[in-house]
Ligand binder design. Structure first.
Ligand code: C2E
Ligand code: CA
Ligand code: CA
Ligand code: CA
Length: 279
């Protein structure tokens, strides 16, 4: 009885109470964020390691709330999922990202692709295919310029339904990229059966590969394995010239990270592309 009493008591500590309150406060604010225009998009360049040119951008979501300040997507995306808010947010984001990429086309910046993160929960929703189709037709963006980033975890579920959806998204002409690759222990033979186009090496391996032999071995293996399956290999979290040199020497196709550029607002992203391409 004493133990149970203590457990019960522990559950209602002031700290827990404060945390629960903070959470419900964030939830309240999140519910009004979309209609309040509190979200905006930033774009981080993906650079071709051979030519040094920008080939695409990853779209990253930002939430700026007047009370909470800037809240990280790592905090609010899981909450938005729980609250059933991720669907409208995702739909808005996909359309806004495609619209921006269509502008790059009309401004003559060349074929700059746009990548959008889709969380496993978003992907499991019934009508993700319809949402993608609608964003493409509304903005008239060429499907080949859109990349959907999914996580390795989603693939590991290996459900027929997931594979089927991936097939249908790819049939639209959209590119599929596996984000945070290397963290989920996918085997080579397993990957072969999956309808994906790009492997994105998780930034934790890139961060440690020059100090840690295991990480370097893994990076080398992902590049070799990816190429043997005709996949493009992207390294994320490239922060130093030494990392860039290693990746280039070892045949990695593209890079993304603070060494090239942090995520940029739309205007600054366009300027960055123009600067890099010598337009
Ligand atoms: P992610 O997809 O792995 O995105 C890359 C994250 O790494 C971004 O953080 C980016 O700002 C950061 N980053 C870029 N370059 C570097 C670097 O050189 N070094 C380091 N240390 N970090 C770098 P961000 O924007 O805070 O996003 C965090 C995560 O939130 C993303 O991880 C993604 O999983 C999720 N996320 C962001 N935007 C969206 C979205 O629109 N939808 C969904 N579902 N998830 C999103
Ligand atoms: Ca990503
Ligand atoms: Ca990633
Ligand atoms: Ca990540």
């Amino acid at each position: 009885a004493k133990l149970a009493g203590r457990n019960t008591f522990r559950f209602f500590t002031p700290a827990m109470d404060a945390r629960a309150q903070a959470r419900s406060r964030v939830a309240d604010e999140l519910a009004g964020a979309l209609s309040g225009n509190e979200f905006h998009l930033v774009f981080q360049p993906l650079v071709d390691l051979k030519s040094g040119k920008v080939t695409a951008a990853e779209t990253l979501l930002r939430w700026h709330n007047r009370y909470l300040g800037v809240v990280s997507p790592e905090q609010f995306v899981p909450l938005a999922e729980e609250l059933g808010l991720i669907r409208p947010i995702g739909e808005w984001l996909l359309t806004a990202a495609c619209r921006e990429a269509q502008k790059w086309q009309s401004f003559g910046l060349g074929d700059i692709g746009v990548a959008v993160n889709i969380s496993p929960r978003q992907f499991q929703q019934g009508d993700i295919l319809t949402i993608i189709e609608r964003a493409l037709s509304e903005t008239e963006l060429a499907p080949r310029l859109l990349t959907i980033e999914i996580t390795e975890g989603l693939l590991l579920a290996n459900s027929e339904e997931v594979i089927n959806k991936l097939d249908r998204i790819r049939a639209l002409g959209v590119t599929l990229s596996v984000d945070d690759f290397g963290t989920g222990y996918s085997s080579l033979s397993y990957l072969k059966t999956l309808p994906v186009d790009v492997l994105k090496i998780d930034r934790s391996f890139v961060a440690d590969m020059l100090e840690n032999l295991d990480d370097a071995t893994l990076v080398d293996a992902i590049i070799a394995m990816g190429h043997s399956m005709h996949l493009e290999v992207v390294a994320e979290g490239v922060e130093t010239e030494a990392q860039l040199a290693y990746l280039t020497e070892n045949g990695c196709d593209s890079g993304q990270g603070y060494y090239f550029s942090p995520p940029l607002n739309p205007t600054r992203f366009r300027d960055f592309v123009i600067e890099r391409s010598g337009l």
